[in-house]
Design a protein around this ligand. Structure first.
Ligand SMILES: [Zn+2]
Length: 86
């Protein structure tokens, strides 16, 4: 069983593989961005490990939005949050 963790910077909460973040962090993401992440989400992507580029881009923006709210440094460019596809 692979442990999947919240993608928020510094968060170690365990979340279901189809979710990007734990509940607390997810609801820190602006609603339009949450909608965008789901829009690009493909059912089963956490199993076939091929999320779309659009999903990864939206996911990164969501992670950055939470990081900004929490006052953390954003992920460096190119460090896409890929934990959900491992
Ligand atoms: Zn979290």
């Amino acid at each position: 069983m692979i442990t999947h963790r919240c993608h928020a910077v510094g968060c170690t909460a365990t979340v279901p593989p189809n979710l990007l973040m734990c509940r607390r962090h997810w609801y820190m993401v602006p609603k339009p961005l949450r909608d965008e992440v789901w829009h690009h989400y493909r059912p089963g992507q956490e199993r076939h490990k091929r999320p779309s580029e659009a999903y990864l881009a939206a996911a990164k923006r969501a992670v950055d939005a939470v990081a900004a709210k929490e006052g953390q440094a954003a992920l460096p460019l190119g460090a896409a949050p890929v934990a959900s596809v491992r």
